[in-house]
Design a binder for this molecule. Structure first.
Ligand SMILES: [Zn+2]
Length: 243
């Protein structure tokens, strides 16, 4: 057990806001979680204790090493699926934030093998050539509770994610990553939006997806102005909380 390193107060505030925003936008409910890599210790990350994201306050945030162990003596309950976060931070030095959720429209695409999850809107270019799908049965048999509840499953998930931004988890949800917390939150919100739009579009007929070039170009444009949606989402989430 080591002592916690001091965290940038702004990073902590942003993480609390991210929890509230993701609830306000319907990405998480009582379940799901968001983490950020420690700003001074890249071998650690910050994640709330086991609780509903909408209720998270700064003193609910705990610090973990990349194996998912708490770095302090803290008897409070931790999230079962914290291994998702540590394994991805270990595998992906470019990632500084991770959102894991069960956002409902995405679950359908996780369960239908033949349905491609590619971007159909210019707001969702970060999906690139499409999200990969994690099949937990390949790693843990056909009688699990589908949760990434140990380090080995975390590593398997990170391997499936590869260099992508989004991994679908069959019958469960998705995990979304970004080079900053604001990227990860934006992408998690628009992963759910893409799923809704795509489910609608598939009912209408043949879908024209963004090309690889369009996906890249639109990602660069939208992710160059993340402060704009962040300010709106933060305001809306805080307004709803204080009503
Ligand atoms: Zn989960």
């Amino acid at each position: 057990m080591t002592s916690p390193t001091s965290v940038d107060p702004q990073a902590l505030e942003d993480l609390v806001d991210a929890n509230h925003i993701l609830f306000n936008k319907g990405v998480v409910d009582a379940f799901g979680h968001v983490s950020v890599r420690h700003d001074k210790r890249p071998d650690r990350f910050l994640l709330a204790r086991n609780m509903a994201p909408a209720l998270v306050r700064a003193d609910d945030v705990q610090e973990f090493d990349l194996d998912g162990n708490l770095t302090t003596d803290d008897a409070r309950r931790v999230y079962l699926e914290r291994f998702i976060h540590g394994a991805i931070y270990h595998a992906r030095p470019d990632v500084a934030a991770v959102v894991h959720s069960h956002s409902p429209s995405v679950v359908s695409f996780s369960a239908v093998k033949s349905a491609k999850f590619r971007p159909i809107s210019h707001m969702c270019g970060f999906l690139g050539d499409g999200a990969v799908r994690f099949e937990i049965r390949e790693f843990a048999g056909d009688a699990t509770d589908l949760l990434v509840r140990n380090g080995a499953l975390g590593v398997a998930l990170a391997k499936t994610l590869g260099s992508g931004n989004v991994v679908l988890m069959r019958g469960h949800g998705s995990t979304v990553v970004g080079p900053t917390l604001k990227h990860a939150v934006y992408r998690a919100i628009y992963t759910e939006v893409n799923a809704r739009l795509l489910a609608d579009a598939l009912r209408l007929g043949d879908v024209e997806y963004l090309s690889s070039g369009e996906a890249l170009a639109t990602m660069k444009t939208n992710e160059g102005q993340l402060e704009r949606p962040w300010a709106l989402w933060k305001e809306a989430a805080n307004r709803d909380r204080t009503r």
